[in-house]
Design a protein around this ligand. Structure first.
Ligand SMILES: Nc1ncnc2c1ncn2[C@@H]1O[C@H](COP(=O)(O)OP(=O)(O)OP(=O)(O)O)[C@@H](O)[C@H]1O
Length: 222
């Protein structure tokens, strides 16, 4: 699986946020995207997901890309059960209005069991805790089956136990050959769990092994 960017410039209107980014994401591995508020981390993920067209340069991906936006951007807007949410992960194979078969339902139930939500199929998303909702969103990502998986601050406001469970899922994805890219402000977690890091922030972009990009705990950690 190849995911690389070539002279990638992203922004809004004519205003660039990220300029001339070049490089390749480590395949079948975890990469963290870090940097201060406003550095362009979410913008980069939207560009990689194909949701924001480049102002210049390009994204080269030779597989499917699944994208988990920030929880704050997630509002189903209508009553949705946990099972409905997970089944939405099938849209790529089925299209928006196709009927869901028993095999797909079984896949969704398996994914819910894998994230610790077995038996929660009929609960309403709005009635779940933030951590439970994030588990359900991870189950949907499993169903999407992307070769590349992009996650925007997946552990924001998530407790240590749930973070550990979800991190185990990220590691499993990488071991299964998926390229996993996650935005995080938790630099301790990044140092512990992510072998590669892309640090954004104006002209001080750094990209490589985490031990090189984030050598030690600094007062300026963001
Ligand atoms: N839809 C939009 N229209 C115009 N400008 C935007 C839009 N979304 C983001 N921006 C601007 O782009 C810049 C980068 O925003 P982005 O959300 O990518 O940063 P970030 O690194 O993810 O920040 P945070 O850590 O706060 O989530 C900011 O200056 C922001 O105001």
């Amino acid at each position: 699986m190849t995911l690389r960017v070539e002279s990638l410039t992203l922004g809004y209107g004519a205003t660039p946020v990220l300029r001339g980014l070049d490089g390749a994401f480590a395949p079948a591995a975890l990469t963290a995207v870090v940097g201060p508020n406003g550095a362009g981390k979410s913008t980069l993920l939207k560009g990689l997901a194909g949701l924001l067209p480049p102002l210049a340069g390009r994204v080269v991906a030779d597989g499917t890309v699944a994208y988990l936006p920030q929880q704050a951007e997630f509002d189903p807007g209508f009553p949705l059960t946990v099972l409905d949410l997970v089944l939405l992960g099938h849209w790529r194979q089925c299209g928006a209005f196709a009927a869901i078969g028993p095999g797909q339902r079984a896949d969704a139930e398996r994914a819910l069991a894998a994230v610790g939500l077995a038996g929660a199929e009929r609960r309403l998303i709005g009635a779940l805790s933030l951590g439970q909702r994030q588990r359900a969103r991870f189950a949907r990502l499993m169903i999407e089956d992307g070769a590349v998986i992009l996650l925007d601050e997946p552990f924001a406001a998530i407790d240590a136990a749930t973070t550990a469970d979800l991190m185990a899922i990220l590691h499993g994805w990488a071991e299964a050959g998926r390229t996993v890219i996650a935005v995080s402000h938790d630099l301790d977690l990044v140092r512990r769990a992510f072998p590669h890091t892309l640090r954004l922030g104006g002209d001080t972009i750094a990209w490589g092994p985490t031990a090189t990009v984030l050598p030690r705990r600094e007062a300026a950690d963001v």
